[in-house]
Design a binder for this molecule. Structure first.
Ligand SMILES: [Zn+2]
Length: 89
């Protein structure tokens, strides 16, 4: 039987996709994290695995709005690096 995969919306381009095709960003009482395995507790926001969507999310403050938290510049720097290293497109 096929496993059911729920859909989530990218906070960059706003497209809805199966969540296993997206990168989860988690927020909990310890901070904001890149949650590659989608297992961290807390609130989650999702991004397509494309630099373009990260760029859009930054511009539109999609992560801030979705996670209801201020995203430090350092975290965006980390995301930039993560996308550059992992998602070449
Ligand atoms: Zn997207």
């Amino acid at each position: 039987m096929q496993k059911y995969i729920p859909n989530r919306k990218c906070v960059g381009c706003q497209e809805v996709k199966p969540k296993n095709q997206l990168l989860r960003i988690a927020k909990n009482d310890r901070g904001v994290f890149i949650d590659e395995k989608q297992r961290l507790p807390g609130r989650g926001a999702y991004l397509c695995k494309k630099a373009e969507c990260l760029h859009l999310a930054k511009k539109k403050k999609g992560l801030e709005r979705s996670l209801k938290v201020t995203i430090p510049k350092e975290f965006y720097d980390l995301l930039d690096k993560f996308f550059a290293e992992n998602y070449k497109n």
